[in-house]
Structures are given as structure tokens and as C-alpha cells.
Design a protein around this ligand. Structure first.
Ligand code: AMP
Ligand code: ZN
Length: 113
């Protein structure tokens, strides 16, 4: 997808600090971390956001959560963590490529909105 920041990261046109990669999924450190561990997990296939998931493209979400659980172990988040996806303007989505924030390494603020 042209002019998509995360597609450019996937293509290697913009640098990132990768923590996991396979054929379908990339995980890399957020450039502006909100917690000691703040990783973004994204599908390599461009999907605008969670509002664009459907029966044809949503299997990757299950794989992303499996990768998240694996990363949580590797990153020593045994005390807990949070997975967040923002959707659209009201949801605070600034990059319109589906991504899941994996946050942890401290006691996270409980406010959801
Ligand atoms: P959201 O606001 O939910 O769309 O999340 C977008 C996230 O992408 C933010 O947490 C940003 O800090 C992060 N971000 C933006 N540009 C980059 C980049 N070049 N490398 C890593 N993370 C980025
Ligand atoms: Zn994209």
C-alpha cells in the first residue's frame, strides 16, 4: 500500500527495531514507547484497521495474538501485559495499518477511555 508508514517499515524502506518476523507478521519496537515494553505487532498484508476485518482476512489476528503471547514470555512480562488496537479517528488510530500495541514492564494505568 503506497504511502503507508507500516508498509514502508515492512518493505525495509523505513528502519525499525524488529523483535519478531515471519511470512505474515512483523513486530517491532514503538518509536515513542508508553511503557518499558512497547511493541507493535502488524500483519504484513495491509489491512486498514480492526474495522476492516472480515472472514477472509481475520485469521492473521489469531496468529498475532499467538506471537504476542510468545513475545510476552521472551520479554519477561510474566506479571501481565496489555494488548491494544486503536480504530479510526475517535479510537486514536494515527497509522491506518492494523496494529496491536503490546505494552508491559510496569503496572499499567487502568483508565480505558
Ligand atoms: P496508533 O496511534 O494506535 O495508530 O499507533 C501508532 C503507533 O506507531 C504510535 O504508538 C507511534 O509511536 C508508532 N510509530 C509511528 N512511527 C513509527 C516508526 N517509524 N517506528 C515505530 N513506531 C512508530
Ligand atoms: Zn500498510
Amino acid at each position: 500500500m503506497e504511502n503507508c508508514l507500516f508498509c514502508k517499515i515492512i518493505a525495509g524502506e523505513i528502519p525499525s527495531t524488529k523483535v519478531y518476523e515471519d511470512d505474515e507478521i512483523l513486530a517491532f519496537k514503538d518509536i515513542n514507547p508508553m511503557a518499558p515494553v512497547h511493541v507493535l505487532i502488524i500483519p504484513k498484508n495491509h489491512i486498514d484497521g480492526a474495522d476492516m476485518l472480515n472472514a477472509e482476512n481475520s485469521a492473521v489476528v489469531s496468529k498475532i495474538f499467538t506471537v504476542a503471547a510468545q513475545l510476552a514470555g521472551e520479554l519477561k512480562l510474566e506479571n501481565g501485559f496489555r494488548i491494544v488496537t486503536n480504530v479510526g479517528e475517535d479510537g486514536g488510530q494515527t497509522v491506518r495499518h492494523l496494529h496491536f500495541h503490546l505494552l508491559g514492564g510496569k503496572k499499567l494505568n487502568t483508565a480505558l477511555a
